[in-house]
Design a protein around this ligand. Structure first.
Ligand code: AMP
Length: 417
């Protein structure tokens, strides 16, 4: 599945359509949209610097938010152009459309090494519909295509799927950017042939989101550690009580079959033996969706069944210690999903302990440690340990789908080596 990358081909003087992930969090301050976190912009810099060095005429395309086909000024990419220019230390032109005459004129003015950022591709519904005529318009000026937006690669949209196919049909190359290349290496090749023991840590809210990942990883891992709310569906499946914990009673059959598959394959499959629980008490306050907010009172360690009035919110200290011991012996670690409701610091100990153990395995054991995107990346950054693991995926849904073994349209569309 080796794909061509930006390192493999020449770009000198070529109009290069680069799909990036600039879906950055923004906030309105004094009537202006301000970027809250520039990580995604920063992460494209290595690819952009290489393209500049190789003399590409760079045309950047991205989406921001969900404008649903409307020109919503709060979702304009204009502030991203300014931030990118600041980070690169060179001008970045911006055009307030992604197709049509204005784009044509801007592209015609590009010299080798210049950069142009197009306006939000999702201002057109045709982007998400992967409309062929829209893809043709986007692809009109592209001699070559680069995809560095792993986080959007699970979507077959015009800018991730339509455009690379059109470019390839014309005889142009569609290649992976450096960020995309790293994602494919760490979430793909490294986990296909992992150094052993290979320990997988899975947590988060729902079993249903991760059942396919569990199923795929049962074919590769030596040990799987389960935390987060999804552990309660496993507990229910085993006949235990889960009180008011977040649980999916209709998914106990998939939980049971995962446990059985683990047994049959000789994969160690560990579930929490103790939990931090609290008593949810309804307040008068409502959340944004108009639902009552619950106060989580009297957090305590609970071993065994969770009482009816309580809710499991983190793994307990005995579980945490057991999980960390397993992680300490690992040579490869993949982690996806927090061990508890880590956003509340009373329920973050399990997640933080796992984060520290993963970092220690990297530093003391030379383990390759891969954080599989989404909330585990948030958790590890929150613990201040983000730069101390081998790799953190930039994808959420894309990472999960890739780990499931599903082909990602944005990857499939790239040219083979
Ligand atoms: P996911 O996106 O599936 O990785 O889930 C992440 C979310 O799961 C985070 O917002 C956590 O707060 C939440 N979560 C993890 N464990 C629990 C739990 N025991 N109870 C409620 N929410 C949880």
């Amino acid at each position: 599945m080796a794909k061509l990358t930006v390192k493999d081909i020449s770009f000198q003087g070529l109009r290069t359509f680069v799909r990036v992930d600039y879906n950055v969090p923004m906030e309105e301050k004094d009537g202006q949209m301000v970027i809250n976190d520039q990580t995604r912009i920063q992460e494209t810099l290595p690819t952009l610097r290489l393209l500049i060095e190789k003399g590409a005429k760079i045309i950047l395309a991205a989406h921001l938010g969900r404008p649903k086909g409307q020109r919503d000024p709060s979702m304009s990419l204009r502030p991203v152009a300014a931030k990118l220019s600041e980070l690169l230390g060179k001008p970045v032109a911006f055009v307030d459309d992604c197709i049509g005459a204005a784009v044509e004129a801007a592209v015609a003015g590009l010299n080798a090494g210049d950069i142009l950022l197009l306006e939000n591709v999702r201002y057109y519904n045709e982007e998400e519909a992967n409309d062929p005529a829209f893809a043709e318009k986007l692809a009109k000026f592209a001699d070559v295509y680069v995809n560095d937006a792993f986080g959007a690669a699970h979507r077959a949209h015009a800018s991730t799927d339509g455009v690379p196919h059109i470019v390839a049909k014309r005889g142009g190359k569609a290649v992976a950017g450096l960020l995309m290349e790293r994602e494919l290496k760490f979430l793909g090749d490294e986990l296909d042939n992992p150094a052993r023991p290979f320990v997988v840590i899975l947590g988060g809210a729902k079993v249903s989101d991760k059942i396919k990942v569990i199923d795929t990883l049962l074919n590769k891992a030596d040990t799987i550690l389960i935390g987060g709310a999804m552990a309660y569906t496993f507990r229910l499946a085993a006949g235990g009580k889960v009180g008011k914990s977040l649980v999916e009673p209709d998914k106990t059959d998939v939980a049971t079959s995962a446990v059985n598959k683990a047994k049959a394959k000789g994969v160690q499959f560990l579930l929490p033996s103790d939990n931090i629980t609290a008593t949810p008490v309804k307040t008068e306050k409502l959340n944004k969706k108009g639902k009552p907010i619950f106060d989580l009172q009297n957090p305590r360690v609970n071993t065994g069944d969770i009482p009816d009035a309580e809710e499991g919110l983190d793994i307990g200290p005995v579980t945490s210690k057991a999980f960390c011991e397993v992680i300490a012996g690992a040579k490869t670690v993949l982690w996806n999903g927090p061990m508890g409701m880590f956003e509340d610091k009373r329920f973050a100990d399990g997640t933080n302990a796992v984060a520290k153990a993963v970092v220690e395995a990297t530093q003391k054991n030379g383990a390759k440690t891969i954080i599989g995107g989404g909330d585990s990346v948030k958790a590890i950054n929150k613990a201040g340990l983000g730069d101390k693991v081998t790799f953190m995926s930039t994808g959420g849904g894309a990472s999960l789908e890739f780990l499931e073994g599903s082909p990602l349209p944005g990857v499939v569309a790239l040219s083979e080596k």
